[in-house]
Design a protein around this ligand. Structure first.
Ligand code: BDR
Ligand code: CA
Length: 342
């Protein structure tokens, strides 16, 4: 082989490496258009801060609120508080459904406190709600969005998206992916022996979303109960010495207490923040494609998610079910992103 051919081969290799590197860099900075639907809620607020501190990857178009952990007026105020603490008041907050589709409303004040934010004092934020309803906002935005361009993170009962889908099924055209915090399979439930809170709070809504055919990822208790706080992990956040670090430290110190006692865990889960971490760094998580159904019949299994992990039924695999996650990787990501906030 002549020296010239060798030189050409080397040049070609370098060019190929360069193009791979620049493609990887381009991928890494590709921004996702994201709507966060949420019921803050302690872990919802941590999730919102994580998302709003990550503008390179996440273009948060809006936050939509739903009744869940506490009443809608409080979840809507808490979402605006999170936005204020993140210094991101330009992101609109739309209030949505005040109650579930069919069942009577339930709340989780025993875990999240009367105001929905344990461990800290709340106030009325300076900037108000966007005018209009969250469900109308979803319909309008997803109808005119480029095909399959918008991701939705659902951090509470799925009522808002279900109402939008029932009124305008064609909005699926604008949806790239829906990532849900909800469900439980291997772990068991946290509100009944088998049901997770968001599913139990509005199982009919979850059923509508499951039937819509959109690309779905579930981040259930199976994984969130493996990503636990520890004294050290909370100290790492508090040591940031900024407002965000102090708020998250104060919230988590209070929030994790009940779960640690209830489940005998060495720390507490920060459920909803795992959804945002999944969007930022999917490599921290693993799971598999499964068939997922939800039980809406009255009785002891009301709100139970049935994940066919071993494909026994040979039904359509309609959901990516996240089953494991890198706990330290999650807390390192959270800490580094919170360090960017005031
Ligand atoms: C889910 O229920 C709510 O209490 C939390 O905010 C989270 O979304 C966990 O089961
Ligand atoms: Ca929530």
């Amino acid at each position: 082989m002549s020296r010239f051919t060798l030189y050409l081969q080397q040049l070609l290799r370098s060019l190929m490496l360069l193009s791979v590197l620049s493609a990887t860099a381009a991928q890494a900075i590709e921004r996702r258009d994201l709507i966060i639907d949420t019921d803050p809620g302690a872990d919802d607020v941590v999730a919102l801060l994580l998302a709003l501190a990550s503008p390179e990857e996440l273009n948060v178009l809006a936050i939509t609120t739903v009744a869940g952990n506490v009443r809608l007026d409080k979840t809507s105020r808490n979402a605006r508080l999170a936005r204020e603490w993140a210094g991101r008041e330009e992101v609109p907050v739309y209030a949505g459904a005040p109650k579930p589709l069919v069942r009577t409303p339930i709340y989780a004040e025993n875990i999240h406190g009367q105001e929905g934010l344990p461990g800290i004092a709340v106030h009325e934020p300076v900037v108000g709600l966007a005018s209009g309803n969250a469900v109308d906002y979803l319909i309008q935005t997803l109808t005119k969005a480029p095909p399959h361009s918008i991701t939705l993170a659902l951090l509470g009962p799925e009522t808002n998206l279900a109402l939008a889908l029932v009124q305008a099924p064609e909005i699926t055209q604008g949806i790239k992916e829906v990532v849900v915090m909800g469900g439980a399979h291997f772990n068991g439930g946290n509100i009944t022996p088998v049901a997770e809170f968001n599913m139990f709070a509005d199982p009919h809504a979850a059923q509508v979303v499951l039937a819509s055919g959109v690309k779905l990822t579930y981040v259930p208790l199976d994984v969130t109960h493996k990503i636990l706080t520890s004294e050290l992990r909370i100290k790492q956040i508090e040591a940031l010495n900024n407002q965000a670090g102090k708020l998250v430290g104060d919230i988590l110190n209070e929030y994790v207490k009940a779960d640690m006692v209830q489940y005998g865990l060495p720390g507490g889960p920060v459920h909803d923040a795992s959804v945002i971490a999944y969007l930022l760094k999917p490599e921290l998580f693993s799971g598999r494609q499964v068939n997922l159904t939800i039980d809406t019949r009255e009785g002891v299994t009301f709100g139970q998610t049935v994940a066919d992990w071993y494909d026994t039924l040979k039904h359509d695999k309609n959901v990516f079910w996240v089953e494991n996650g890198d706990a330290q990787g999650f807390f390192d990501l959270l800490t580094s992103r919170l360090s960017r906030l005031k």
